[in-house]
Design a protein around this ligand. Structure first.
Ligand code: SAH
Length: 287
């Protein structure tokens, strides 16, 4: 594709393949070479590194990754695009094209995820590939919805204090963020995008180092952030009430609040470490 990757060529290939871009699969193809180069530069891939690409599409990014990485695992769910990629990279010695749902696959170990991911599954991708890997999380260079990139960037802002914002910042650091015009894609998506570079936290809170506890924390944050404007204790009571599997009686709840001092600040004023600490208390209490 090289320098010629542009709108005309992308449309031509899609036409030839008979592919009508599928919205629910987040099929918006990158047609701007400058963004592609920016992604590759941000990724700082060394010859020792293995890269995962989720949703390779027509392989524009894959072609660049192939030049830089030791190994590239490129997942593509669409059968026709997969077949196209398979042919395109048939003689490649380091690119492996895999026709599967990246969210449901057993993915080989990798150092970095470099992808213009399907925007429809950003949340699950963050959870599966970054939070669930704990300390072994890869570095990520990805294009996501601009509104999401804002929510992970400054959770001190009331607007950004959200499930995705808090969870992201418990596990990851946002290193860089650049807004990208929607005109850099075909078809033009209904949203603006952002290129983000993310890294696992250098020191992950010890509570989040265990899979079971991580899972509980992710549920905990999903359960209290909808009540960010309530007091912390009320949001906790609502979380407990909405999660019958905790199996806490009214008495248990009273006892939990009595034996632990839970401040009555509003949820959105809480620091992440305080949220983790209370989550840990509740985990210990219920396990
Ligand atoms: N990276 C390409 C394509 C981006 S569009 C480019 O920048 O041009 C997103 C791609 O992800 C589409 O090709 C779509 O078919 C694919 N896709 C969507 N859901 C997927 C999933 N669950 N697993 C793997 N690929 C997926």
């Amino acid at each position: 594709m090289n320098e010629k990757m542009n709108l005309t060529e992308t449309r031509l290939i899609l036409n030839k393949l008979g592919v009508i871009p599928n919205k629910s699969l987040g099929q918006n193809f990158l047609i701007d070479r400058n963004i592609l180069i920016k992604m590759i530069n941000e990724a700082e891939i060394s010859k020792e590194e293995t890269v995962l690409e989720i949703g390779a599409g027509l392989g524009a990014l894959t072609t660049e990754l192939e030049k830089k990485a030791k190994k590239v695992y490129a997942y593509e769910i669409d059968k026709i695009l997969y077949q196209y990629l398979k042919d395109k990279f048939s003689i490649s010695t380091n690119v492996e094209i895999i026709n599967a749902d990246a969210l449901k696959s057993n993915i080989p170990p990798h150092d970095k995820i470099v992808s213009n991911i399907p925007y429809t599954i950003t949340g699950p991708i963050l959870e599966n590939f970054f939070y669930n890997s704990g300390e072994n999380s890869p570095v990520g260079i990805m294009i996501i919805e601009n509104s999401l990139s804002k929510r992970i960037s400054d959770i001190k802002k009331y607007k950004n204090f959200s499930r995705i914002g808090v969870t992201f910042n418990a596990f990851m650091d946002l290193i860089n963020k650049y807004q990208i015009s929607r005109n850099c894609f075909y078809p033009i998506p209904g949203i603006d995008l952002a290129l983000i570079k993310i890294k696992p936290k250098t020191t992950l809170n010890s509570f989040l180092k265990e899979p079971m506890k991580r899972k509980f924390f992710i549920e905990f944050i999903a359960g209290i952030t909808p009540y960010k404007n309530k007091t912390f204790s009320n949001s906790l009571k609502l979380f407990i009430k909405n999660k019958p599997s905790l199996a806490l009686t009214k008495q248990d709840i009273i006892k939990f609040f009595k034996s632990n001092s839970i401040s009555d600040e509003k949820v959105f004023h809480k620091e992440i470490d305080e949220l983790i600490a209370t989550c840990e208390l509740l985990f210990e209490y219920t396990n």
